[in-house]
Design a protein around this ligand. Sequence first.
Ligand code: G1P
Length: 278
Amino acid sequence: MKNSPIKKCLFPAAGYGTRFLPTTKSMPKEMLPVVNKPLIQYGVEEALEAGISGMAVVTGRGKRAIEDHFDVNYELEHQIAGSDKEIYLSEIRLLMQRAVFSYTRQIEMKGLGHAILTGETLIGDEPFAVVLADDLCYHPDAGVLSQMVELYDYYRCSIVAVEEVPRNETHKYGVIAGDEIAPGIIRVNNMVEKPKPEEAPSNLAIIGRYILTPDIFNILRTTPAGRGGELQITDALLTQALQGRVLAYKFKGRRFDCGSVPGFMEAAEFFFKNVYKE
Ligand code: G1P
């Protein structure tokens, strides 16, 4: 993993977070705290742990708090310098030393595929990871992205993380089908964005972790609008799968859907009990 070609992680973060209104009226959903840290910081930490230091964030209107979070707050630094409160900043200070952030703005919300294409300017012509920060993942020793980077180093193709979901929830996810080529690794031959249970090719749902090869950008440019009239990464990935190879990976660990209130509350309780250190 040390010399992995995956150097950058894209964070699509322009979405509105309507399920958390009114909180998200003036605050980015990516800044919602799970215990004492905002969701996006968990994502950045997962990327760092996977050996990725370039954080490419696709933002939108009303998202300035994200940039400020990963910047120095001089007034605060000055206030607490030399006091016993400094310790509360040590973790984020370390993170800021290790990560390099770049930002671009998505002007119109035209789907996840469009957000990823907007990020091309920050990524360039190299394979990259994608983290959807509202899917919060946990594994005690090897984060989901580091599991996927390791897999990429071997297979060298796009990879999506998947997990089994109840049949009546397929309409919330991109759903894949394919052939299992090794334990937990599926070569994808079908992919449908948010299918009804009776139309779903399986119950294996894509969660918000991807490794993408850069040819995905050209595919996205010629992919027509899909579900909801939006440009879907799922549709572009199906093209890539049929032209070449895309893998789905049954990741190890837990994932919390922090884009929904019940998932968010579950994550808060889990992280407070199992991860948070006072
Ligand atoms: C997006 C993708 C979907 C994927 C999901 C994972 O949907 O379009 O394929 O399963 O993320 O969280 P969204 O949740 O943004 O509607």
